[in-house]
Design a protein around this ligand. Structure first.
Ligand SMILES: [Cu+2]
Length: 252
């Protein structure tokens, strides 16, 4: 039974493996708990007859009762540590200079993706300049030289096989960046910058959703991730860069 969407990320195999283990463990624990409940129910019924009064538990029985509890505790501790390792690897900023830098902004009800351009530095954003109909949905400051080459896109394009560092922010309420095909899910919190690191390994198109109910248009807050070859990525980036500079009246 495979009901997970196709995986396109390097860490996805470990993620799916852990998810299946966790589901299998809780499934069998559930079955065992229900079976024990039924056994106890029927045994109590027959044991509690007036001829056979219920005996207090012996010390040996107490130890026997403690053992399954200790086993389950150990199991849950193992589940916490293994999943935390995987979780932390996606979020601890590693400052990898090879990583493709993209800033993701959630806005009711769109996702915007900003590439820092040739200088590799994100330009200043000013909330008072935010104006989506005029082509400046993030409020790029035209007076900041670092903003000049920034590229703002409605689609996330990434090269295959290269590590990616997503910087996550929101312009209004809490949004949840959810890319099922990349096994990524992280909230964008007002006033905070989040980080997500991963490596796409399979070219193709992937859905980007919002996993937090962020308002009336929440269900249509969707975007696309397109994973392409390194050459196609460079071509796309150069074309967008030229378009961005032309739009800002700068042809350098
Ligand atoms: Cu949202």
């Amino acid at each position: 039974m495979n009901w997970l969407p196709p995986n396109g990320a390097l860490h996805g195999f470990a993620f799916d493996h852990l998810l299946r283990w966790n589901l299998a463990i809780v499934f069998w624990l559930f079955i065992a708990a229900q079976a024990l409940l039924l056994v106890a129910l029927f045994r109590r019924k027959s044991a509690a007859s007036p001829q056979r009064p219920i005996r207090p538990h012996s010390p040996a029985a107490r130890v026997f009762h403690f053992l399954p509890l200790a086993a389950i505790t150990a199991l849950y501790v193992w589940m916490v540590f293994t999943s935390h390792k995987l979780w932390a690897a996606r979020r601890e900023a590693a400052n990898n200079p090879q990583a493709v830098q993209v800033e993701v902004t959630g806005v009711q009800f769109d996702w915007y993706f900003r590439y820092p351009g040739d200088d590799g530095i994100y330009g200043t954003l000013r909330p008072d300049l935010v104006n989506a109909p005029a082509g400046n949905p993030l409020g790029l400051d035209p007076n900041d030289p670092h903003s000049r080459d920034d590229i703002v896109s409605a689609i996330l394009v990434l090269p295959v096989g290269r590590p990616v560092d997503l910087r996550l922010r929101t312009q209004d309420v809490i949004h949840g960046l959810f890319i099922p095909g990349m096994r990524l899910k992280e909230d964008a919190i007002p006033g905070m910058l989040g980080h997500l690191q991963f490596t796409p390994t399979v070219p193709g198109d992937y859905a980007i959703l919002c996993s937090q109910v962020c308002g009336l248009g929440h269900s249509r807050m969707q975007a696309r991730l397109r994973v392409v070859s390194e050459a196609d990525y460079e071509r796309w980036l150069a074309a967008r860069e030229r378009a961005a500079l032309a739009a800002r009246g700068d042809t350098q």
